[in-house]
Design a binder for this molecule. Structure first.
Ligand SMILES: *Cc1c(COP(=O)(O)O)cnc(C)c1O
Ligand code: SF4
Length: 382
């Protein structure tokens, strides 16, 4: 794997140990992404061989089978604490009984994407950018996924014709300046298919920016080979958007995978989903965002967890999110402060901030700083 020039921070990122379950072969091939992909744990029996499950995990893994597929890479599994069912990594990927509980307000399609789909795979909500769904696969299926209705469902697979129609839509809409190549996980496409998609997008005159959406930096960092990074680097300006939720995911392997992208001039932004019992505290969030900065990842959005069916155990109040934002702003580098957003049902993302305006009239505003002290700001006479 790539050498790091910044040995200063290297020791803050521990390498994962190959999981003993896969024996010598696993140890030899641990950093081979194809091996990781082929050896994903996908059934209850396999999972029970690797570690001791709680009764709830056993029943949930069986009963959620029809609803949302289960899969986890040996790498991501090795980050889990086998002794602790509340482990933040385990909660994200191993089914829990709460998933079967569906509240009346919880939706199949919480952002109403399907009503904004003018062509196969396209979600066109904002004037100058569109999302292109390219695959229904992911290395690991996150239990709180907002696209559970589509992701892992073979019926939502994008054929070559579908992709052609999606790309044709972008081509004929000259207002689209940016495309988010998404899924599923954009890096579940083969190198060749990804190269083909990006090449066709890149030929579109009015398209200025390409954004790649992938959680592989977190779930399968070995996927970011030098070859893949070189393919991506051909399509500049290109931004890589990823999804770290917990500091335990910031491993040496992830750090090195980031370096392969950033060293080629590809900036990385992060989306974190606020998850109850996983990262809903100021301490965890501060540590996560500071670690991301060391990996040269910019914390971009902190998402309120969507009202997806079966997500109630993962969701928090908005008050909790505002409290966390208040604990970040001012207390750690502004670089480490994401924007907190709620993806509303149908209206797109709405940014939220704790209230720093104590009062405001024609002459002045009274503003509260991060320590809760008030300061006056006087306006010029009109
Ligand atoms: C989130 C999203 C985008 C990108 O939004 P930004 O605020 O630019 O990050 C684009 N299209 C859709 C459909 C989205 O949900
Ligand atoms: S990687 Fe993204 S699309 Fe895939 S399961 Fe996780 S949240 Fe859903």
């Amino acid at each position: 794997m790539g050498t790091l020039v910044y040995s200063k921070i290297e020791n803050k990122f521990s390498p994962t140990l190959p999981h003993p379950h896969w024996g010598e072969t696993g140890a030899d091939r641990w950093s081979d992404w194809v091996w990781q992909q082929q050896n994903r744990v996908r059934t209850l029996d396999q999972l029970a061989e690797v570690f001791h499950l709680t009764a709830g995990e056993v029943s949930a893994t069986k009963e959620t089978r029809q609803v949302f597929q289960f899969a986890v890479t040996p790498y991501y599994l090795s980050l889990m604490d086998p002794e602790n069912p509340d482990c933040p990594i385990r909660r994200q990927a191993i089914p829990q009984p709460g998933e079967l509980k569906i509240l009346p307000q919880e939706l199949l399609d919480p952002s109403k994407e399907d009503s904004m789909t003018p062509a196969p795979g396209i979600v066109h909500r904002y004037p100058d950018r569109a999302l292109l769904y390219t695959t229904h696969h992911c290395a690991v299926y996150c239990r709180f996924c907002t696209r559970k209705r589509k992701v892992s469902d073979p019926e939502s697979a994008m054929t070559i014709d579908d992709l052609g129609a999606g790309i044709a839509y972008i081509k004929k809409n000259s207002a689209i300046r940016e495309v988010v190549v998404s899924g599923g996980d954009a890096l579940s496409n083969s190198d060749d298919r990804l190269n083909e998609i990006l090449t066709r997008l890149y030929e579109i005159e009015h398209l200025e920016i390409i954004r790649i959406g992938s959680r592989n930096l977190v779930t399968l960092p070995f996927r970011i080979t030098d070859k893949l990074a070189s393919i991506l680097a051909k399509f500049q300006p290109l931004f890589f958007h990823t999804h770290f939720n917990h500091p335990k995911e910031c491993t040496r392997e992830a750090l090195e995978a980031c370096a392969r992208l950033v060293d080629r001039g590809i900036p990385i932004n992060n989306h974190t989903v606020l998850l109850r019992g996983v990262n809903d505290s100021v301490e965890v969030m501060r540590e996560l965002n500071l670690k991301l900065l060391m990996m040269r990842i910019k914390p971009y959005y902190l998402y309120q967890c969507d009202q997806v069916f079966g997500n109630s155990d993962f969701r928090t109040t908005i008050k909790k999110g505002l409290e966390i934002m208040q604990g970040l702003r001012g207390w750690s580098s502004g670089l480490a402060v994401p924007q907190y957003v709620v993806d509303t049902p149908g209206g797109g993302k709405v940014p939220l901030l704790p209230n720093y305006v104590r009062s405001m009239d024609e002459t002045k505003a009274v503003l509260t700083n991060y320590r809760g002290n008030d300061y006056e700001y006087y306006f010029p006479p009109s």
